[in-house]
Design a protein. Sequence first.
Length: 163
Amino acid sequence: MTEWLALEMQLVLILKINNFFKDFFINFDRSNKSNMVTQITSGIKISVSTSFEGTYFKNYKIHYAFSYQVTIENQSKDSVQLNSRHWEIHDSLNDLDIVDGEGVIGKKPVIKPGEKHSYSSGCLLSSPIGAMKGFYNMINFTTTKSFKVTIPTFKLMAPFAMN
């Protein structure tokens, strides 16, 4: 019986905290877009912009949700294919997540000279401030050589955390 009461009290507290944060954050523009960051590596231009999406509870902890939009532009003279990605996701509590995977959002796009590929994704942080950086492993179809394309460091910042 006491375990049930303790669990019920935790649930009530979580709901109260959730309602507080919902009321607190309702006045903030959740589509707050950051300035775009760009970097060119071997003729491949990577542009990233971010948005704060809100707060969520997961595993009894508050998390801060961010989306990011990436555009990969082939400014080289050769067709390339994105094969895999590597992300380093940092938050202000010194948590680091490493994410490695095939392609991006289930695709391994072939990008011809002058073409772009764009996609959106997201992440959850344990704090309202963080950053991401990484690289794509790509192959040049003309030379058949693999190469890395740097994804520039971009900030993830909830609007209420800004001065």
